[in-house]
Write a protein that binds this ligand. Structure first.
Ligand SMILES: [Zn+2]
Length: 331
């Protein structure tokens, strides 16, 4: 068997259904060659960058169980220092950094403001300033400090070429996992294979969408990644719904040339927290749900609709964790 994307039989490596950075551990043995893996690696890196705050919030670890740090804007309650550089580590702790800022006071004097985590670093700053004859005002940090910090999660990446290439890849690898590499290598799925080298979203049979019927068919949580596939013998077409983080959905037209006499359908539900498959109660089968998505009820290519689809899922999770969510509108 060759690589799922280029059919090469050299330097084959195991291929993830859902990328490892989003907690994926399901693999197709020898599913892709080194070159294709590298090509898709570019897209994975781009989507990983765009989803870092989300991965951090959801505590989703990569293949080494490392949860990425998320950059934050922090301030200390009672101190006049805003936008301190900080990051949230994988354990949910806020880490501040030393910072020195220059500004000009209202009467035109140059000011340097320093914030230091240790007394030693603060003393060094003061010493150097005094040595230069600069007036120094030391302010005590309150004994008990309350750090307020926030980060922003956006879904703008859903429309990107990289995210669409990943959705196409997930669809094909899922078909290979379910029905075997030989089946996934049939020419029926060649358009999907082209995702590896696609340079523009128009060249991909992938659209993102929001659909209430899909959302209400089972309980969605932000740790769920899923694939629902329906290959129709009657229509000779095939579709896969790829849903990431419970609420970011893509419709992938996997084939326009399905030649088998029997229709096929399957689903894969994956929990990125437990890192294993699970079986939810789904109120309709794949054919029915994909029918819903193909109906006029669906909002395609609408980032706001995807935001509205994902928000309640994230809000529910945040409410349980005591994280305060404030929607940012107009962006
Ligand atoms: Zn290849």
């Amino acid at each position: 068997m060759g690589c799922l994307f280029c059919r090469s039989e050299e330097k084959l490596t195991n291929e993830h259904v859902f990328p490892a950075f989003m907690g994926g551990e399901l693999e197709v043995r020898n599913g892709s060659c080194e070159r294709c893996n590298r090509d898709f690696g570019v897209s994975e890196a781009a989507v990983k960058d765009a989803t870092t705050p989300l991965l951090n919030l959801l505590q989703i670890g990569n293949r080494y169980d490392v949860v990425p740090n998320a950059q934050l804007r922090a301030q200390i309650r009672g101190l006049d220092l805003k936008n301190l550089p900080a990051f949230m580590d994988g354990d949910g702790n806020i880490n501040l950094r030393d910072v020195v800022r220059e500004s000009t006071s209202e009467d035109g004097r140059k000011l340097r403001q320093g914030f230091f985590l240790t007394k030693e670093a603060g003393d060094r700053f003061v010493e150097r300033a005094r040595a230069k004859g600069i007036e120094v005002l030391e302010r005590e940090v309150p004994r008990e400090i309350v750090i307020e910090a926030d980060y922003t999660i956006t879904v703008h990446f859903v429309a990107s070429l990289h995210a669409r290439r990943l959705a196409a890849k997930i669809a094909l690898v899922a078909i290979a996992l379910e029905y075997g590499t030989e089946f996934a290598l049939t020419p029926e799925f060649d358009e999907l294979r082209a995702a590896r080298t696609a340079e523009s979203p128009e060249n991909l049979p992938v659209r993102f969408f929001a659909n209430a019927g899909l959302m209400s068919a089972y309980i969605h949580t932000p740790h769920q990644h899923s694939v629902m596939c329906y290959l129709s013998a009657g229509m000779r077409k095939g579709w896969v719904l790829v849903t990431l983080f419970g609420g970011i959905s893509y419709l992938v037209n996997v084939t326009k040339n399905y030649t088998e006499k029997k229709s096929r359908q399957f689903s894969i539900f994956y929990d990125a927290d437990a890192k294993k498959q699970f079986t939810p109660v789904v109120l309709a089968d794949e054919m029915t749900l994909i029918g819903h998505v193909l109906s006029p009820a669906t909002k395609f290519e609408d980032p706001t609709a995807v935001h509205e689809q994902l928000s309640p899922i994230l809000n529910e999770y945040c409410a349980q964790k005591g994280v305060i969510v404030e929607p940012i509108t107009g962006s």
